[in-house]
Design a binder for this molecule. Structure first.
Ligand code: CA
Length: 235
């Protein structure tokens, strides 16, 4: 399914590589080398077919990508993935809080980029409901409708809090969810600083669900930022 991607990247070589790769995947690519270029393309596209996803570099010759993210989030819910060389943990959290769908640290593989784009579309796109009610990966199956968690076909018993935490991650499978967001949604607004709750409950979930809890393949840590449930293998 062909989509229009706005690529904002001032590195000429990377811009050309990404543009070609995305075109091979069947997407239409609008490429911008600066914030000014990006704003012009956005204004133009708004009257026409629109833009389905923005890939945004942060260090741009006429400013930082953060400003464009803020402008976009005020106006529309277009999926947006930040691509950046060395974002700090604080910066990652700030970008996610500001409404970025995800971030990729350069250098990243094309496969990684395409996976993140697919996830962003799944969560913001039209076919949201089915994908977010069922989750499946490496023997773990979660059915939010039936309120059921299984591992290798056997029922897994979770405490209510463990289940709420897992369900929150399933609803955004494939994307990073910040500590603050998880604490807010699972425990409530007065608990957003209690990151030790998360560490404790994630350890419990991993013990019940991961093949090797010490080397998690599904419940992934994003250091200093939050957690990411590996992308579901069902669609
Ligand atoms: Ca740059």
């Amino acid at each position: 399914m062909s989509k229009t991607v706005l690529l904002v990247e001032d590195d000429r070589e990377l811009r050309a590589t990404l543009r070609d790769a995305l075109q091979v995947e069947g997407h239409r690519v609008l490429a911008a080398a600066s914030l000014a270029d990006a704003r012009a393309l956005l204004a133009h596209a708004a009257d026409r077919e629109g833009i389905d996803l923005v890939l945004l570099d942060l260090g741009l010759p006429d400013g930082t990508g953060d400003t464009l993210l803020a402008e976009l989030r005020r106006e529309r819910g277009t999926p947006l993935i930040v691509i950046s060389a060395r974002p700090g943990e604080d910066q990652k959290v700030r970008l996610l809080d500001a409404g970025a769908d995800d971030y990729l640290v350069k250098p990243f593989s094309l496969a990684e980029l395409l996976a993140r784009m697919r996830v962003a579309w799944r969560h913001r796109g039209t076919h949201v409901a089915p994908a977010t009610l069922r989750y499946e990966r490496t023997g773990i199956a979660v059915d939010l409708e039936a309120h059921r968690v299984q591992r290798d076909g056997a029922e897994v018993h979770l405490t209510p809090t463990e289940y709420r935490l897992l369900a929150r991650l399933v609803r955004q499978a494939g994307q990073v969810v910040t500590h603050r967001q998880l604490l807010l949604d699972v425990w409530g607004p007065e608990y957003t600083e209690h990151t030790h709750y998360l560490r404790l409950y994630m350890a419990q979930l991993r013990a019940k669900l991961e093949v090797e809890p010490a080397d998690p393949q599904v419940l992934l840590t994003e250091p200093g930022v939050g957690y990411r449930l590996a992308e579901s293998t069902t669609d």
